[in-house]
Design a protein around this ligand. Structure first.
Ligand SMILES: [Fe+2]
Length: 199
């Protein structure tokens, strides 16, 4: 059965000190995107993408990822997961009241994201999984669908704050109703073997 998401109720909370340092990293060095993937996007291109949602054209609100420091990376390896990690970042959505949707995409750099949400971006926020017309549920890294009229919602979750939540990033997904910046610590994974789940 396809895994869309999973909430890990018992995983340790990120220490406040590391959360403060994650916030301080926002706006610093952008995490590099992988060069070995078939579909390449640049941060600037993702920021300018036009998406059509409910018949309305709007600018996409992507997540910008900033590298976290060594101590935070070590804490994740020691306390959360130590296998098949692709990146560990603080992620901020480039969202405003006019750009309140993170359009349907599959993550370029990872197959799964383990995220710890710090700021939701809006009280009605929802992470939505989609299937595109005439396409399989499971897609490839970096695939996108800017025209949401081609999409059917197949699952969704209101990701809780300050809990570790796994998302399957190879299914088209996005976040709706985020008029403000949405901020999370994100651990990118190539597999969920290290979580005791079957890939
Ligand atoms: Fe994503």
């Amino acid at each position: 059965m396809t895994l869309f998401y999973k909430v890990f109720e018992d995983f340790p909370h990120v220490p406040e000190e590391l959360i403060a340092r994650a916030y301080a990293k926002i706006g610093s060095e952008l995490s590099t995107l992988p060069e070995d993937k078939p579909i390449r996007y640049h941060w600037d291109a993702i920021k300018q993408e036009i998406i059509t949602v409910d018949g309305v054209e709007k600018v996409n609100a992507p997540n910008m990822g900033y590298n976290l420091d060594d101590e935070t990376v070590e804490w994740v390896y020691k306390n959360i997961i130590d296998r098949d990690i692709t990146n560990i970042r603080v992620s901020v959505s480039n969202s405003t009241p006019e750009k309140d949707t993170n359009g349907a995409h599959c993550d370029l750099s990872r197959n799964y994201t383990l995220l710890y949400l710090l700021d939701s971006g809006g009280e009605d926020h929802q992470t939505v999984f989609y299937q595109e017309q005439d396409k399989p549920i499971q897609r490839s890294n970096g695939e996108r669908c800017p025209d949401h009229s081609r999409l059917t919602i197949i699952d969704s979750i209101k990701v809780p704050l300050r809990k570790w939540v796994l998302l399957n990033a190879t299914i088209l997904h996005g976040v709706i109703n985020i008029p403000k910046p949405r901020i999370s610590i994100q651990v990118g994974l190539n597999s969920v073997v290290g979580l005791g789940l079957v890939d």
